[in-house]
Design a protein around this ligand. Structure first.
Ligand code: AMP
Length: 281
């Protein structure tokens, strides 16, 4: 596996590969890799000739990036075992050569006003800043991201369309632990007790899915929040949205595609998850 720290070295190598007719797949991550990340890398390895994985903890999308787990040597080992061809490990200065003080603003419209956009102001601006830069650097044919971050996938699709980026986005299903908890780098920050409790997040979503009926949805959402609160979570939201637009839904006509989404804290750790409730044919 080749490891690049600078943009020019990475681009020089990828240019040679593209000149040889190779397709490029890209899996951006923040490290602390797990099987969920590996499933994205496997898709890329299957569908493209050269897979680039980036590890970069983006300072502009966090309140406190220093709290994010860093496990670079085990990450490198996992990438080697998976057969990934290229790891891009840039410094902050390499990604933000003009600094992080006056970043560009992205018009995300409605997407930035709900759910994660509402509860983490500025978060998707940071996501767009880093992803716009990374997509320009890598110039990949295919981009692989996880449904785990449902709203993020919609934001990136919006970015790709509005900035006329040629890369095609592929969304991969959420990988879960055997008890149902969505895999996440943040799970390693949970205490042993909280790790056992955390499964309630996916249980709450499953209950929503099972109980879904045509008509008013407010009671269902409330029950999910009450369930999580009783388990010891501090709930940001338990919502049901239109799966394609993310418009929050209050009533269901029995046919619109729906997604349930939740974010809640266990101690200091904020967990998010989502589940498709009713899919289009
Ligand atoms: P992160 O390192 O958390 O920024 O995640 C990098 C990519 O991995 C994003 O596209 C995530 O949506 C995806 N991802 C994270 N967790 C999972 C999971 N459990 N299953 C599938 N993909 C995931």
């Amino acid at each position: 596996m080749l490891i690049f720290h600078t943009v020019w070295q990475l681009q020089h190598y990828l240019q040679l590969q593209q000149n040889n007719g190779c397709s490029i797949g890209f899996v951006p991550t923040m490290g602390a890799l797990h099987q969920g990340h590996l499933s994205l890398l496997e898709q890329s390895l299957q569908h493209t000739d050269v897979t680039v994985c980036s590890i970069f903890v983006n300072p502009t999308q966090f309140n406190d990036p220093k709290e994010y787990p860093v496990t670079t040597s085990t990450d490198v080992e996992m990438l080697l075992n998976a057969g990934v061809q290229v790891l891009f490990l840039p410094s902050v200065a390499e990604i933000y050569p003009n600094g992080t003080q006056n970043p560009p603003h992205y018009d995300l419209g409605f997407l930035e006003t709900v759910l994660e956009g509402k509860y983490r102001p500025g978060h998707f601006q940071g996501v767009c800043q880093v992803m716009h830069r990374l997509l320009n650097i890598v110039d990949a044919d295919h981009l692989f991201m996880g449904q785990k971050d449902y709203q993020q996938c919609m934001v990136i699709q919006h970015l790709i369309q509005t900035k006329h980026i040629r890369t095609q986005l592929h969304i991969a299903p959420t990988l879960r632990e055997t008890d149902g908890l969505a895999m996440s780098s943040r799970n390693m920050r949970l205490s042993n007790n909280d790790r056992l409790t955390a499964v309630a997040i996916s249980e709450a979503l499953l209950q929503l899915k099972t109980k879904l009926r045509q008509g008013n949805l407010e009671q269902l959402k409330l029950e999910a929040a009450v369930f999580l609160t009783a388990k010891g979570f501090r709930v940001d939201y338990t919502e049901i949205a239109h799966a394609q637009t993310l418009q929050l839904m209050h009533n269901w006509n029995g046919s619109d595609p729906l997604v349930a989404l939740t974010a809640a804290y266990l101690g200091e750790v904020r967990l998010i998850d989502n589940m498709l409730l009713a899919e289009t044919d």
